[in-house]
Design a protein around this ligand. Structure first.
Ligand code: ADP
Ligand code: MG
Length: 267
């Protein structure tokens, strides 16, 4: 059984890549085999794992186009149980597809269906847009984590996101559950408290109980290329991600709610 989770928000700088890396690392530390697929041409997932993004020859672009098989674009990382399909800058070319292309939003899902996937979790790091790359991630995913920064327009952005997720649910014919993760949270700021309360009142059980605080060690760990749960495991930020990971495990393991990719073949 492989659970595929897209980490998505059309805004940049809200903690998508940080959440992908730390959720993935925490799941991997709990003895799950985890694969990150980077769908953002900025290639930040590779950098955040200490890999030299410029030296990477093939990744999600080649996978999506069917030029390479999954096993040929998987890079092992220094961290146990954690592998990466990196993004290369060519991926940006996919941001616009020709009208002649048939069902381009299904490319990633079809690529993943080619092989048996030897992973318990696949986490897909999305770019900051609603374009074809994010659509590919949503169509391939069973679940979506939406990192949200506490700011004035959070609710409006989230309603837009929810409606996109609903569209995919209808179009791709699969159940696509989502959870919001409040990130870069600073409870000493009244605005953050207000937004946090409003988001929780509106989206209820669709919000992770744990919020991720603003944490200097997280920014530092990104610079050093090592997820914070390994770089500084006792920091507030690392602890928050580990607690959020426990929630994620519970969510993905809810009975009857964890589909494997084979289920798609019948739809
Ligand atoms: P996105 O992928 O949504 O663009 P990132 O995960 O790259 O966002 O985060 C944007 C920047 O904010 C990065 O420099 C990252 O290190 C930093 N950052 C993310 N989360 C936190 C946090 N909780 N505390 C401090 N800095 C953070
Ligand atoms: Mg990112």
């Amino acid at each position: 059984m492989t659970a595929v989770i897209a980490i998505m928000n059309h805004k940049g700088g809200v903690g998508k890549t940080t959440t992908t890396l730390n959720m993935a690392s925490a799941l991997a530390a709990g003895n799950n085999a985890v694969l990150i697929i980077d769908m953002d041409p900025q290639s930040n997932a590779a950098t955040g794992l200490g890999l030299n993004a410029k030296a990477i020859q093939a990744g999600s672009y080649e996978l999506i186009l069917g030029d390479k098989k999954l096993q040929d674009v998987i890079h092992k990382t220094d961290l146990p149980n954690l592998s990466l399909v990196p993004a290369t800058f060519q991926l940006a070319a996919l941001s616009s597809v020709s009208p002649d292309d048939e069902d381009p939003e299904y490319w990633l899902r079809e690529s993943l269906e080619q092989d048996d996937i030897p992973f318990d979790y696949v986490l897909i790091d999305c770019p900051p847009s609603f374009g074809i790359l994010s659509l590919n991630a949503l169509v391939a995913a069973h679940k979506v984590i939406v990192p949200v920064q506490s700011e004035s327009f959070a609710i409006a952005g989230l309603q837009q996101m929810e409606s996109s997720i609903n569209d995919i649910r209808v179009e791709a014919g699969h159940d696509l559950d989502f959870r919001i993760l409040m990130t870069l949270s600073d409870p000493s700021q009244q605005l953050h408290q207000l937004v946090d309360r409003e988001v929780r009142a509106h989206f209820k059980e669709h919000v992770f109980q744990n919020a991720i605080p603003v944490e200097p060690k997280i920014a530092e760990s990104a610079f050093l290329g090592r997820p914070v749960i390994f770089h500084s495991p006792n920091s507030q930020g690392a602890r928050a991600y580990i607690r959020a990971c426990a929630e994620c495990l519970q969510w993905t393991q809810e009975e009857g709610d964890n589909k494997d990719l084979a289920a798609y073949r019948d739809t």
